[in-house]
Design a protein around this ligand. Structure first.
Ligand code: GUN
Ligand code: ZN
Length: 428
């Protein structure tokens, strides 16, 4: 058994929907881990008796939280993050597609995958839903890197059979064959999962979306991820390509892609009716504030989505997003709210980054909090990682104030150690 003594904070429910406390905070807490799972989590004074002769690692002054869940990120976009100048469709053409073309090469994919998963862990992300490039080999490289570290990673190869340069398209047949191969080889291996990944409606023919829906129906434990209603020009072009669809969401719905294992990135321009349909279907939306600001896509209506009962997670959306840090992304989520006249509560923000993300992926029984029985994916945060943070937190009087300062000022520098299934995988 492993034992860690520190302050401990986690969400046990959604603070925006339940009456009473949704979180647990133990100023002097103890986390007990055995065989990669949480055995107990609570006040040191209450749990000290259960220790027996287990040595306690004293981390007094640090804060233990669950690992972060990133519900939307692109593996083959690490090398073109921070590309200047365009909004979505031009940005894809000019920066993204050329970078993704390089992932046809196994060596490049493998080397980048090592960097990518290390960067996730360095930022405290222990679980992620990830887009690969169109190439099967990109997802193989990513899965192999995540498997080595026992990470809870779900990924898929992008399906794109039109409106992309040659070398970056597949066909209905090759797309299906690659997916079937990846599902057979990787889905359920270790903690890995496969997600059927039609890039977005513009890059998929009717036939390919139909095939994606069939594969999903044939594999009920597989996930689905795509982009939805991110950018105005994208929405207009989609309506032209799918004249029979009632709206953007209906494009996916007609092909059986809107279900309780579906995660839609962005949803910036969705309104009540679409949120209602997403909630009814049990689908989730990934809120990607740094990306939505960077590409000028718009301000996600978080309060409306939540009020309609839609599951929401946080997405860094690297490389349109500008940081791997979910913590930093929460700070930007707050600023998006400010521009909408909404005030994101810090407890709700940390919910989105942990248990909310887990629920968005249907993994709330396994990850997202430190309740006994869950997999021990957790972080040790250094609250004095920068002089400014240390000074600001010394002045903070409430838990909410401390968490808020952490999400506004914090980033990868705060993440001192990252544990995956009880094993330390990163230490600053
Ligand atoms: N829509 C289709 N592809 C992409 C992508 O790579 N990034 C973002 N942000 N939106 C997309
Ligand atoms: Zn994206």
């Amino acid at each position: 058994m492993q034992a860690y003594r520190a302050s401990i904070f986690h969400l046990e429910d959604d603070p925006s929907t339940i009456d009473g406390e949704a979180h647990a905070f133990h100023a002097d807490g103890l986390l007990l881990v055995e065989d990669g799972r949480v055995v107990a989590c609570g006040a040191y004074a209450h749990l000290a008796d259960e220790l027996g002769d287990t040595p306690v690692e004293d981390l007094t002054g640090k804060l233990i939280t669950p690992g972060f869940v990133d519900t939307h990120i692109h593996f083959p976009q690490v090398d073109m993050i921070a590309a200047h100048g365009e909004q979505l469709l031009d940005w894809l053409e000019r920066h993204t597609f050329p970078a993704e073309a390089a992932f046809a090469d196994r060596g490049h994919a493998e080397q980048t995958a090592e960097f990518f998963v290390e960067e996730l862990l360095r930022n405290g992300t222990t679980s992620a839903l990830v887009f690969g490039s169109v190439h099967r080999v990109s997802v193989e490289a990513l899965f192999a890197a995540a498997l080595k570290r026992d990470m809870r990673l779900i990924a898929g190869k992008s399906l794109m059979d039109r409106n992309a340069p040659p070398g970056l398209t597949d066909t209905v047949e090759t797309g299906r064959a690659d997916m079937e191969g990846l599902i057979a080889d990787w889905h359920g291996k270790g903690r890995l999962g496969y997600a059927v990944t039609p890039r977005f409606a513009i890059s998929c023919s009717d036939a390919q979306l139909a095939m994606a829906g069939q594969v999903l129906a044939e594999h009920p434990t597989v996930w689905m991820q795509t982009h939805l209603s991110e950018n105005i020009r994208e929405i207009v072009d989609t309506a032209v390509l799918f004249p029979d669809a009632a709206d953007y969401l209906d494009v996916y719905d007609r092909f059986g892609l809107v279900g309780d294992r579906s995660v839609f990135a962005h949803g910036v321009h969705l309104q009540g009716d679409a949120f209602q349909r997403l909630a009814k279907a049990g689908s989730a939306v990934a809120f990607c504030p740094t990306s939505n600001l960077f590409l000028g896509s718009g301000l996600f209506p978080l309060e409306s989505a939540c009020a309609h009962g839609v599951k929401v997670g946080i997405g860094t959306d690297v490389g349109a997003g500008t940081s791997f840090s979910v913590l930093h992304t929460l700070g930007e989520a707050y600023k998006v709210g400010q521009l909408r006249g909404e005030s994101l509560d810090p407890l709700h923000a940390f919910y989105l980054a942990t248990l909310g993300g887990a629920r968005a992926l249907g993994l709330e029984d396994e990850i997202g909090s430190l309740e006994p029985g869950k997999i021990a994916d957790f972080l040790v945060l250094d609250l004095a990682a920068t002089p400014l943070l240390a000074r600001r937190l010394a002045a903070a009087k409430t838990l909410e104030d401390r968490l808020f300062a952490l999400m506004v000022l914090g980033d990868d520098r705060v993440v001192e150690r990252t544990f995956v299934a009880g094993v330390e995988r990163h230490r600053r």
